[in-house]
Design a protein around this ligand. Sequence first.
Ligand code: GDP
Ligand code: MG
Length: 303
Amino acid sequence: MDNINYPESHKSGFVSIVGKPNVGKSTLLNALLDQKLCIVTPKASTTRHRIYGILNEPAVQIIFTDTPGYIKKTYNLHHAMMHDFSIALEDSEIVLLVVDPDEHFPEQELFEQLLKHKSHIFLVINKIDLYSKQKVEDKIAAVSKILPIAKVFRVSAIQKTGLEEIKNAVIDTLPEGPPYFDKQAISDKPERFFVAEFVREQLFLNLHEELPYSCEVYITTFKPDGNKIFIDAEIHVDKKSHKGMIIGKQGQMIKVIRKAAQAEIEAFLGTPVYLSLYVRITEDWRQSRFRLSQFGYVLPKQL
Ligand code: GDP
Ligand code: MG
């Protein structure tokens, strides 16, 4: 670990990015890091795991966490997602509460959670490229009535405006301390994790309605051989009928998913990749404690 050379005044800390599904949390994290670490799709609740995105500068290490959007719990999967969410809040010095001006209030429950923690709350009004100034200011006024907001930022994560201001304010607020992770690291997750995420992203982009929510991706092989990395990924689905839809007529759909995911993985790893996909039926994986833990979810002890 290359953590010996950092100045005495080094600053470090955890910053969690929270908000309702689809407000642009993952887009914001990718933009702050200038790297595509989190998958982004127009569908709500794409992010299932807590992901650390690490921003390193010679005298600073900011550990951002992208959390799944705050949701109601209907499956054990959701319990695991929300468990991640409250851990992220507990760990963080600063919370970036991301809000879309057009959303009605983020759920009461989310606000109550935020009030319980002592982190500084930075309100980030995202997607300002879509709305009038008045709408943005009204939103700020409404949220400020309920929560003690330390600072307000008006940004467009997609157009990358207003991001420097967030970064500078975070650095000002973080305490002095040594780095928590290697100064070269960009995340705490292994490459395999991101590979599975890129496959999942294509499922969300190409399949309709509820189908992608019933899929999970599991990497069984990740093997460099010559100048290529050979990757086998299993796509687990709930139902037999879903398997047919993912494969598509004469395998057309799975072909599209495979090709697009492979290109994203190659861009991320910076090496040629050969991706193979296998669709498997695993009934009720969203409820099964065994399957959820196999897929990398940490369930709270009591449910
Ligand atoms: P999350 O669920 O909060 O992580 O939201 P995502 O980052 O996945 O984004 C949800 C959708 O909003 C995607 O289609 C993004 O492209 C879009 N989006 C995110 N940020 C912006 C923005 O600043 N402006 C616009 N117009 N769209 C955005
Ligand atoms: Mg997300």
